[in-house]
Design a protein around this ligand. Structure first.
Ligand code: BGC
Length: 394
């Protein structure tokens, strides 16, 4: 794991020197849509400025979650602001939650002649086939945000500190907990996403002692209760808990699970409750479900991604916190890396992640906790969002 990212400024400086890249206008006819399945909802942002080829291919998991639409926009912004937009070209494709689409997207990009692939996989294991296809063509593969597991065909990993995300969520609940026997509802992301385990591991690292000492009582997972005395869980043990509390990153599945588990919970698990929700999309669904239950007198709920809808929820007091992952940093890291590779330079990394097949050199970004107290400074003053995007902000 990585200890620091203090060299980010250096990379930004390098970015300014090499300065980049491509082009983001919607070019319509300039791409060959005939080879694309409409199901992939391919976003073709390439403009041919490099002799007929795309240099950097970007594959994102789904357009259905604001988180990834946000990444798309930040990639576009980074490229639009580039002084060297005539040197390289990029293309961004979405896989719409399907590993088959993802493989097809990668094949499309291979046929476009890419040298570097930046990819956030839908399913970390299943994406092995797609990146192997790229590696077979000598393409450098950068895993973006989500690790691609159990394959040697990944060269670099650009990510946030996902353990710290879960840790921050857990700590937020602990910092607002008073007394003993407080009902705690655990929810998690999709087991096909390595990050879901890291988030849960981070949260468990701080929540477990508070479950063991009786501050919290887990309301919706017999597996978590059975493991309450164990500080560090194996992947298999985490998997057993996730099996009971996963949302699969799907807000509708989150609603169903929250409703079922609330119905099954006894009266002593109602009242003032604490909810570990893994991200903003699921947090809003779960929050609405708990808010609608007349036996719930108050709830504290976590999130992550600083999605606009959740920032409004936080302002309105309907979601307690989010973990802000400044996608501008991740995009910068990925693009600097890609450009350095295109320029024949060796990208600097600050640590590594074991993906089950090898250690992947990695760059890691820090995260920031946001609640009502610092929405303004963290998100508005930093120009991540405009105050006018929200109601109720000065
Ligand atoms: C990302 C989160 C996102 C989640 C669901 C995770 O891999 O790190 O930011 O909310 O996937 O898409």
């Amino acid at each position: 794991m990585i200890k620091s990212r203090k060299w980010l400024l250096l990379l930004v400086a390098i970015l300014a020197v090499f300065m980049l890249v491509a082009c983001t206008e919607d070019t319509g006819g300039e791409t060959d849509d005939s080879v694309q399945d409409p199901a992939t909802e391919v976003e073709s942002d390439s403009e041919d400025k490099s002799g007929g080829e795309v240099n950097i291919g970007i594959v994102l998991p789904t357009r259905d979650e604001p988180r990834w639409v946000q990444d798309e926009q930040r990639f576009k912004d980074a490229l639009e602001n580039s002084d060297y937009s005539d040197q390289y070209s990029t293309e961004i494709l979405f896989s719409q939650g399907s590993s088959a689409n993802e493989l097809q997207n990668v094949e499309t990009l291979i046929s476009r002649g890419i040298d570097t692939l930046i990819i956030a996989p839908h399913d970390g294991d299943a994406a092995g086939a797609a990146v192997q296809a790229a590696a077979n063509e000598g393409i450098t593969v950068i895993a973006y945000d989500r690790l691609i597991t159990n394959t040697e065909a990944v060269d670099y990993y650009v990510t946030f500190d996902s353990f710290a995300v879960g840790e921050a969520q857990g700590n937020y609940l602990i910092d607002h907990a008073e007394g003993k026997g407080l009902p705690l509802y655990l929810f998690a992301g999709a087991a096909s996403d390595n990050n879901a385990f890291l988030f849960f591991e981070g949260a468990w690292s701080v929540l477990q002692p508070k479950i063991a000492d009786g501050t919290f009582v887990v309301a919706n997972s017999s597996e978590a209760e059975a493991l309450a005395d164990k500080a560090e869980l194996t992947r298999d043990e985490q998997g057993r808990i996730l099996g009971q509390v996963t949302t699969n990153w799907d807000p509708n599945e989150a609603i169903n699970k929250a409703q079922t588990q609330l119905t099954a919970a006894g009266d002593e698990m109602k009242g003032d409750v604490f909810i570990l929700a893994p991200n903003d999309g699921t947090a809003r669904s779960i929050a609405d479900t708990f808010a609608a239950d007349s036996d719930i007198t108050s709830y504290l709920i976590t999130g992550q991604d600083a999605e606009m809808a959740s920032i409004q929820y936080i302002i309105d007091g309907k979601q307690s916190m989010t973990v802000f992952k400044d996608v501008r940093n991740l995009v910068t890291d990925a693009m600097v890396m890609a450009i350095m590779l295109l320029e024949g330079a060796n990208p600097e990394t600050t640590g590594s992640y074991d993906n089950g097949a090898k250690d992947i050199p990695a760059i890691q970004s820090e995260v920031i906790v946001v609640d009502q107290d610092n929405v303004q400074s963290a998100l508005i003053d930093s120009e991540y969002y405009d105050a006018s995007d929200f109601t109720g902000l000065e």
